[in-house]
Design a protein around this ligand. Structure first.
Ligand code: HMH
Length: 223
């Protein structure tokens, strides 16, 4: 039997493919990405992750059983203390201190993406929140795994750690758990509601593309 997440994956195949071909990710894979652009990305990603972590906190309050609550707590913890620790270590290498990192002004795309996700989580069902956050985990795992296999990518002194984070077993398992939860939550829902979930998943995937593009262009507020 095909799973709901197979349908989701099909619906974003082209969007994800376009992200993989984006010059930011091509540069990260082949090591030619300008570190200045990477640091711009990390700073935006740091403030993105502050809001993204809240998605898991909200998920925890909407969950209907203790096991699911516990898993959301684990995701909340690992975002704040594992993934964001990677950003803090990078910032140290660039001599950007923690308070400076945290004070980053979200670029228009960062603000739009995080508020879009949070709106889905706060006003929608648990399933809608999960549909909105799933492209983040799932697309990064795909990128991490692919880049870890790319010849020479892991030899890069700067980008190696980033790739290893998203290619890691731990990140992969948490992603699988979210995929499983999405399928459970979608079970038995009418097509009208599945279409809403698909829409959340597709829009979040488009924002993922925009996020790479924002970093590449070092997007600023025009006014
Ligand atoms: C924008 C964005 N999406 C997904 C992830 C993966 O958690 C991340 N760190 N940043």
């Amino acid at each position: 039997m095909s799973r709901f997440t197979d349908r989701l994956y099909e619906s974003v195949r082209e969007i994800w493919g376009k992200s993989h071909r984006h010059p930011f990710l091509v540069g990260l894979r082949d090591g030619t990405l300008d570190p200045r652009r990477f640091m711009f990305y990390l700073r935006q990603d740091y403030v993105y992750l502050i809001d993204y972590a809240k998605m898991f906190a909200i998920g925890g309050t909407k969950a209907r059983d203790v096991e699911t609550m516990g898993k959301f707590a684990e995701l909340f913890h690992s975002t704040l203390n594992v993934e964001m620790e990677l950003h803090r270590r990078y910032a140290e290498r660039f001599e950007v201190d923690r308070s400076e990192l945290e004070a980053t002004v979200p670029a228009p795309t960062t603000a739009a993406y995080t508020k879009y996700m949070l709106e889905a989580a706060v006003h929608g069902s648990l399933a809608e929140g999960v549909a909105a956050l799933l492209p983040c985990m799932w697309s990064y795992r795909e990128i991490g795994r692919e880049f870890a296999q790319a010849p020479g990518a892991l030899d890069h002194p700067l980008y190696r750690e980033w790739i290893l984070m998203y290619a890691s077993e731990e990140f992969g398992e948490l992603t699988d758990w979210c995929i499983g939860l999405m399928n459970e939550l979608a079970e038995g829902l009418p097509e009208r509601e599945l279409a809403v979930l698909e829409e959340r998943f597709v829009v979040a995937s488009k924002f993922e593309y925009l996020f790479w593009d924002m970093a590449w262009k070092e997007e600023e507020w025009p006014v």
